[in-house]
Write a protein that binds this ligand. Sequence first.
Ligand SMILES: O=c1ccn([C@@H]2O[C@H](COP(=O)(O)O)[C@@H](O)[C@H]2O)c(=O)[nH]1
Length: 224
Amino acid sequence: MSNPIYLAIDTPYLDNAQALANSAKNHIGGIKLGLEFFCANGHHGVHEMGKIGLPIFLDLKLHDIPNTVAKAVQSLNMLSAAILTVHASGGRAMMEDAKAAAGSNIKVVGVTVLTSMDDHDLNRVGVEDNPHDQVRRLADLASEAGLDGIVCSGQEVKTAHQRWKDGFFVVPGLRPAGSAVGDQKRIVTPRQARDDGASILVIGRPISAAENPDEAARAIVGSL
Ligand SMILES: O=c1ccn([C@@H]2O[C@H](COP(=O)(O)O)[C@@H](O)[C@H]2O)c(=O)[nH]1
């Protein structure tokens, strides 16, 4: 079984990102680069991180009209990422066009409800359903649009997996017992997410903020 842990590297500094990835690379299965890194380092930064030799997950959460998202995806194809995110709330046409524009080797996954949001936060943006129901709705839409899978929290992944048997499930918001929660609201442990059907486990601060990131990553692998 390959290592399901993708290390979320959230820093604007390329040298810090390289140092972190290199320190943990024996205990992770891939590297997730998000907006903070990409806005500061662009294509060059992604190329440099690719030299570490692990699959790259571009977590750019694209969300715009279909034509604009499709053109953005085309501009990213040359980076040979393994996974790319778009927001499922951008709608079916946007997701269809994103998938059609993506290279054949990249998984395009739809972000459903951010793991930093709870019922109250969803209600404040006009969604009356709870996160569980909203994830289910957007998972169905992502599946209809031909995406490869979704991003959801570990609290919804079991249901999502039951409804979408061959879906690819990306789960962030993971916290080993006793680690700081920070801004995440819908958390589970890495083991729980894995047992409930997560395809990959996105983990940032529990590794990157640890005194010894390599040791922290190793301990999480051991807990799975
Ligand atoms: O719903 C989502 C979607 C993406 N993320 C990203 O995952 C990591 C989590 O980092 P931690 O430090 O482990 O909290 C981060 O890069 C987010 O942008 C998410 O948390 N929730």
